[in-house]
Design a protein around this ligand. Structure first.
Ligand code: ADP
Ligand code: MG
Length: 449
């Protein structure tokens, strides 16, 4: 991971890690005041948020509205998708009725974007099942601005941010030791604060703070050191047909909520083909994506002695009645293995970032810079906070346990104690609103990171 991070920072196309510049060189620190809005478009759900903040990291008021994105809009036209988003903001604002508020709008857009500035950037490609061809290459902030204008709203995007960056912003708002953020939801990704002089591909890049948030797009990470199973290859084939993403998002496909249930389904399907553990009633196992990740989690977390929850999921969702206890145990084991691998890979990725920042306790490479946090022998490891968000991480305690366990295993107990993973609820959206605050033109809050 660290090698690929260096390569991605050295040149565009130098690595499967895109290491995208975000132009975010100042993060909220708790002094922001006022009412800000944001829109979070990133996968399963779509959110509109209103955040009212007061000095001293106080969120006075927040309102979040969730809406599922109609499936057909993820495969339709650019205009339809952005009209939907703009109209949702419009009806939200009408209900709010605070007409005289200055509306700085943060736009969380959780797909790979090549930014030109903090408030503009073009879509590199869709991920997570979206495929609207004519959006690729377009400035998505402009697409939203156009849609906002079409529905008569006098609001424009102030900050266009990735969900990881929003999450980092909210983490930093509460705790200035926050240096990285990770999303583990439908997809997975991470960002962190890099020194501008380490961003070789952009020589001469200057920021007030000497730092900039880099969006790794780590979902696309791949390495020949990662063992890939038959099931990973089948999953890749399935999604290739659906989304033209051959061999893309390889890391994401082993970790995130969109895929874990399907990996387990592929394993169970093969078991059904090659043995009689499921009797004759396992036809449904040939349906791609029939086992969603929340059900995989429910199976793994069933601690009843007779695995009654497993029985229920098999019956109701996979149409497999009467699986004997021994078979139910086997199903739990499969779900456990898929979960454990995901958690351990995510943990390894986090350690990669800590290593790049010189905060993994090894005290090596990065310790040449005083701000990088490397430590000399015998010193206490520096406190490090990683903000985390995502339905899979938040909704699945076993995955969290495995992740923590792996961190301790790789870092050792002492260093692991200096690392805090902090859940930032709705961070991607609230963080974007706070970034809109930091980057809105009449703001005096430009405090460098
Ligand atoms: P997004 O990543 O689309 O912004 P979320 O962060 O809310 O959305 O993550 C949604 C994903 O989290 C779902 O696709 C689902 O796979 C997973 N998820 C949600 N709740 C649970 C749960 N209780 N157990 C396991 N996975 C869950
Ligand atoms: Mg999200």
């Amino acid at each position: 991971m660290v090698v690929e991070m260096h390569a991605g920072l050295a040149s565009d196309g130098g690595s499967k890690l895109k290491m995208l510049l975000t132009f975010v060189d100042a993060l909220p620190n708790g002094n922001e005041e006022g009412i800000y809005y944001s829109i979070d478009l990133g996968g399963t759900n779509f959110r509109v948020l209103r955040v009212e903040v007061g000095a001293g990291s106080v969120i006075i008021n927040q309102k979040v509205e969730h809406q599922p994105i109609p499936e057909e809009l993820t495969k339709g036209t650019t205009e339809d998708l952005f009209n939907f988003v703009a109209l949702a903001l419009k009806s939200f604002l009408e209900r709010e009725d605070d007409q005289d508020v200055k509306r700085a709008l943060g736009f969380t857009f959780s797909f790979p974007v090549r930014q030109n500035s903090v408030s503009s950037g073009s879509l590199i490609r869709w991920t997570k099942g979206f495929s609207i061809e004519d959006t690729v290459g377009k400035d998505v902030a402009q697409c939203l601005n156009d849609a906002l204008a079409r529905c008569g709203l006098n609001v424009r995007v102030t900050a266009l941010v990735n969900d990881t960056v929003g999450t980092l912003a909210l983490g930093h708002y509460y705790d200035e030791d926050t240096v990285a953020a990770v999303i583990i939801g439908s997809g997975t990704n991470a960002c962190y604060i890099e020194r501008t002089d380490a961003i070789i591909k952009c020589q001469g890049l200057l920021t007030n703070s000497g730092g900039m948030v880099v969006n790794m797009e780590w979902g696309n990470f791949w390495s020949s050191h990662l063992p890939r199973t038959l099931y990973d290859i089948s999953l890749d084939d399935e999604t290739q047909n659906r989304n033209d993403q051959q061999s893309q998002q390889g890391f994401e496909k082993m970790i995130s909520g969109m895929y874990l249930g399907e990996i387990a389904r592929l394993v169970l399907h093969r078991m059904a083909q090659e043995s009689d553990v499921f009797g004759d009633a396992a036809d449904s196992l040939s349906n791609p994506f029939i086992l969603s990740t929340p059900f995989l989690a429910a199976i793994r977390e069933d601690d009843s002695p007779d695995l009654s929850e497993v029985r229920r999921v098999l019956q109701e969702h996979l149409k497999i009645p009467d699986a004997p206890l021994k078979t139910r145990r086997l199903v739990v084991k499969v779900c456990d293995i898929v979960t454990r691998r995901a958690a351990r890979l995510a943990a390894a990725g986090i350690v990669g970032i800590l290593k790049k920042l010189g905060r993994d306790g090894s005290g090596g490479v990065a310790s040449t810079s005083s701000s990088s946090g490397g430590r000399a022998r015998g010193q206490q490891p520096r406190r490090t906070v990683v903000a985390i968000e995502g339905g899979l991480y938040q909704g699945y305690p076993v995955l969290r346990e495995y992740l923590d366990e792996a961190l301790v295993e790789i870092l050792g107990e002492e260093v692991a104690r200096s690392v805090t993973l902090r859940v930032t609820e709705d961070g991607s959206g609230i963080g974007a609103a706070l970034l809109a605050a930091v980057h809105s033109s009449n703001s005096q809050q430009q405090v460098p990171i």
